[in-house]
Design a protein around this ligand. Structure first.
Ligand code: NAD
Ligand code: UFG
Length: 337
């Protein structure tokens, strides 16, 4: 039975991935500083799966705690979700982002080196493609960063690749997520943003539940089929299984393995609203306002590489994503409490 350390495992994507790991009989240790999540998510994962994970409240900036953790456990691999992820906040507080995301990752990797653990799956992002010149985007497309958050992701990708160049016994999967949405079908775990959501799907579900009056669509005159911007929304449960496939890939000693995780399908903001209305029968009031600064126009993945090399594909469409997001929101109007 493989023993996996999951950093950030009480967060949105982490909790859904821990659920899949437990379902597949992995032994799981979760560390999280709970800065953007609640332990309740893990308790619910344990209830859903009927299996237990070990939890330790550890901050990646705490070098001693990491050393202690690695000296008392024998991990086969690490899935590294922990990090701050709000683009706007990263512009306001860049040092917080560089310190937390980059120093945190360096500390983690040092502890891994000292313990001889050299397998890691890292949560990267489509943000490393900036405002892409063309979609679908291949993994070898030009990389750039357009805000401090994006620079932390790109920098960590480089740090991990340099670790491999220095010591080719490292195996590293860089997973570039597109737009994760949805929730586990039980409606027991889901995305629980602090304050007013900045992302589209939680904003829509909060309008639907009556917490927010209407959606503001950022830009209605983009060069797309309906004038609104296009993204590649992926169900978080499909994304979660991608991590298990990436872990299996590491067993083949691939060195550096880089994959886009999306559906390969672009949907506009208005397409999402239409899908939400189809999934729930609810109308979402909206107005079209100015474009949001820094937004890409069209961003969707070419997922051929992940399909072929990981033997992974998505199973849920946009209507499924909307239905499950709404189910979670409806059952938990105030999140985990
Ligand atoms: P999340 O905020 O729900 O989960 C991240 C977790 O990391 C939280 O539980 C937080 O408490 C924890 N954390 C943060 N800093 C920490 C530290 N120093 N020590 C220990 N724990 C710490 O976010 P998520 O949506 O689940 O995202 C997971 C990862 O995926 C992040 O690295 C994020 O940048 C990346 N990602 C997310 C998206 C998205 O749209 N959700 C898209 C692309 C990439
Ligand atoms: N949008 C609205 N109104 C809102 C919120 C969003 O119209 O209230 C639009 C945006 O303009 C964009 C689309 O909905 O066209 C999706 O926006 P999100 O904020 O949900 O997602 P982004 O694609 O902007 O950002 C996501 C992650 C970032 C990551 C980026 C690139 O949240 O962390 O993808 O990978 F950097």
């Amino acid at each position: 039975m493989k023993n996996i350390l999951v950093t950030g495992g009480t967060g949105f994507i982490g909790s859904h991935t821990v659920l899949e790991l437990l379902n597949q009989n992995y032994r799981v240790t979760v560390i999280d500083n709970l800065s953007n999540s609640k332990l309740e998510s893990l308790k619910r994962v344990e209830t859903i799966t009927g299996r237990n994970a070990c939890f330790k409240k550890i901050d990646l900036l705490d070098v001693k705690a990491l050393e202690e953790l690695f000296s008392t456990n024998d991990f086969d691999a690490v899935i590294h979700f922990a990090g701050l992820k709000a683009v706007g906040e990263s512009v306001e507080y860049p040092l917080r982002y560089y310190k937390n995301n980059i120093n945190g990752t360096v500390n983690l990797c040092e502890a891994m080196v000292n313990a001889g653990v050299k397998n890691i799956v890292f949560s990267s992002s489509a943000t490393v493609y900036g405002d892409p010149e063309k979609s679908p985007i291949l993994e070898d497309s030009p990389l750039t960063s357009v805000n401090p958050y994006g620079r932390t992701k790109l920098t960590i990708e480089y740090i991990l690749q340099e670790l491999h160049y220095a010591d080719d016994t490292w195996n590293i999967a860089l997973l570039r997520y597109f737009n994760p949405v949805g929730a586990h079908e039980s409606g027991e775990i889901g995305e629980d943003p602090n304050g007013i959501p900045s992302n589209l799907m939680p904003f829509i579900t909060q309008v639907a539940v009556g917490k927010l009056p209407e959606l503001k669509i950022f830009g209605g005159n983009y060069p797309t089929h309906d004038g609104t911007a296009i993204r590649d929304y992926i169900h978080v449960c499909d994304l979660a299984t991608g991590h298990l496939k990436a872990l299996e890939k590491l067993d083949e000693n691939p060195g550096i393995a880089i994959y886009n995780l999306g559906t390969g399908k672009g949907s506009s903001v208005l397409d999402v609203i239409t899908a939400f209305e189809k999934a729930t029968g609810m109308m979402i009031p909206y107005t079209i306002t100015d474009r949001r600064s820094g937004d890409a126009v069209i961003c969707y993945a070419d997922v051929t590489k992940a399909n072929n090399e990981l033997n992974w594909k998505t199973h849920r469409d946009l209507v499924d994503m909307c239905r499950d997001s709404w189910n979670w929101q409806q059952k938990n109007p105030d999140g985990y409490l």
